[in-house]
Each structure stands twice: as structure tokens, then as C-alpha cells.
Design a protein around this ligand. Structure first.
Ligand code: 13P
Length: 255
């Protein structure tokens, strides 16, 4: 049985006070919630502070990026071992903001995927089409290409225990979420695509939806059979809204 995972991607937001306030708000609001994994990915600067604030909390720690190198002369980078050392477990890779602003290729992202697996960390592999690709009917081709970068180099088994986040770029930060039916169709396509190589691996892989998920639209998205939680940007910065989203995921999979 797959469990949903709701993860907050804080992006480039926060300071020490905000980290402290938001985590204490989440620890309070999420007490007793069962049946849904929860993780937060603060800026790397605040991982240590977040880890301390999450002691005795069921909320897991994540990060927003990783370098492909393990150590050495790579100024400004952070390695998988460093993330592991500070207790981060779920590591976002291939986010569209990194694909766009840092020109990360499918091949580089696949390398990051391999490095995380090697370190025993969980890749949260973001994929998704742009608005132009969507309008050109290329959604499935783009998602397949982004998945194939890992599938064709590391095999289907590499997707055991990992998380995929389908984030249509046109839905990120726009307030214009994909409809539940639109998202479900793509999630099913992604699962079927992996199932062509290994049905068991496909059945267990968590496929999150991301893109303007909020406390109002979460429940109907999570009612879809192939949507296993969400990767949440803006709404993850508010403890109350994020808690509503987590509870919606927990409730959907129990009902
Ligand atoms: P929003 O929830 O702000 O649209 O961001 C989604 C996202 O990019 C999560 O990684």
C-alpha cells in the first residue's frame, strides 16, 4: 500500500525566526495526524536549525538540491553526504526553477538521482511540462523524456522507494492548479510508463502533484487514485494551510 507524502518546498524564503515559528506551528497543527508522510525542505542554510526543531517530530527533513560531486573543489555546492550528515532525507532534484535558472539537463538530474540513491537518501524527482509544451500536446512526451533519463541509465529498480513530483510548470506559483482530472491523467501516464518496465516498482512509487496546491483544492486532487500527496510551495509557508493539506491527504487515503 502506498502512503501519500506531503512535502513543503520553502524555496528561497525564511530566516531564523520564521523557521522557528513555522516549525513550532507545524509540530502543533500536525499532532496525531496519521497515514500521511510529511516533510519540509527549508533553505540549506537552516537545515541544522530545522533538524533541532524537528527532534521528536514525525515531520521529516528535506532539502531543495544536491550537487553530483561528493567533495572537492566545487565552490558553493552541497553534497549528498553533507545533507545526510545534517539529517535531511528527502532531496528535491530537477525542480523546474533549477532546470530553468540553472540550466540543469535531464542527464545532470539523473546523475543527482544516482548520487542520492548511493547515499541512501530519497530523491524527489520533479518533472513536468511548460505551458507551451502543454499547448503543443507534448505533456506525455516531456514527462517520459524526463523519467527516461533515469530509467534508461539506472533501470526501473532505481525507482524503488523514491518520490516523483509531477509539477506542470504553468501551475507553479500561478494560482492555476491542474484540475484533478488533468493531473490524474498525467500521473497515470507516468505510472504506466514505469510499469512497462516493472509493474511492482510502478505500483509503489509515490507520485506527488505540485503546482498551486492549497488548502482549498488539495482534497479533490488527493481523491484521485494516482495522486499520492503533494509538493507544496507557497502554501507550505503557512502552518495552518499546510496542515489542512496534510490532513486532506491522510483522509483521502483512509476513505
Ligand atoms: P506553488 O505551490 O507555490 O505553486 O509551488 C509549487 C512548487 O514549485 C513546489 O515545488
Amino acid at each position: 500500500m502506498r502512503h501519500p507524502l506531503v512535502m513543503g518546498n520553502w524555496k528561497l524564503n525564511g530566516n531564523k525566526q520564521m523557521v522557528s515559528d513555522l516549525i513550532s506551528g507545524l509540530n502543533g497543527a500536525l499532532q496525531g495526524v496519521d497515514g500521511c508522510g510529511v516533510a519540509i525542505a527549508p533553505p540549506v542554510m537552516y537545515l541544522e536549525q530545522a533538524r533541532e526543531a524537528l527532534a521528536n517530530s514525525p515531520i521529516a527533513l528535506g532539502a531543495q538540491n544536491v550537487d553530483v560531486n561528493l567533495s572537492g573543489a566545487f565552490t558553493g555546492e552541497v553534497s549528498a553526504e553533507m545533507l545526510k550528515d545534517v539529517g535531511a532525507q528527502y532531496i528535491i532534484i530537477g525542480h523546474s526553477e533549477r532546470r530553468t535558472y540553472h540550466h540543469e539537463s535531464d542527464a545532470l538530474i539523473a546523475q543527482k538521482f544516482a548520487v542520492l540513491k548511493q547515499a541512501g537518501l530519497v530523491p524527489v524527482l520533479c518533472i513536468g511540462e511548460t505551458e507551451a509544451e502543454n499547448e503543443a500536446g507534448e505533456t506525455e512526451a516531456v514527462c517520459a523524456r524526463q523519467i527516461d533519463a533515469v530509467l534508461n541509465t539506472q533501470g526501473a529498480a532505481a525507482f524503488n522507494g523514491v518520490v516523483i513530483a509531477y509539477e506542470p510548470v504553468w501551475a507553479i506559483g500561478t494560482g492555476k492548479s491542474a484540475t484533478p482530472a488533468q493531473a490524474q491523467a498525467v500521473h497515470k501516464f507516468i505510472r504506466d510508463h514505469i510499469a512497462k518496465q516493472d509493474a511492482q516498482v510502478a505500483a509503489q512509487v509515490i507520485i506527488q502533484y505540485g503546482g498551486s496546491v492549497n488548502d482549498k483544492n488539495a482534497a479533490e486532487l488527493f481523491a484521485q487514485p494516482d495522486i499520492d500527496g503533494a509538493l507544496v510551495g507557497g502554501a507550505s509557508l503557512k502552518a495552518d494551510a499546510f496542515a489542512v493539506i496534510v490532513k486532506a491527504a491522510a483522509a483521502a487515503k483512509q476513505g
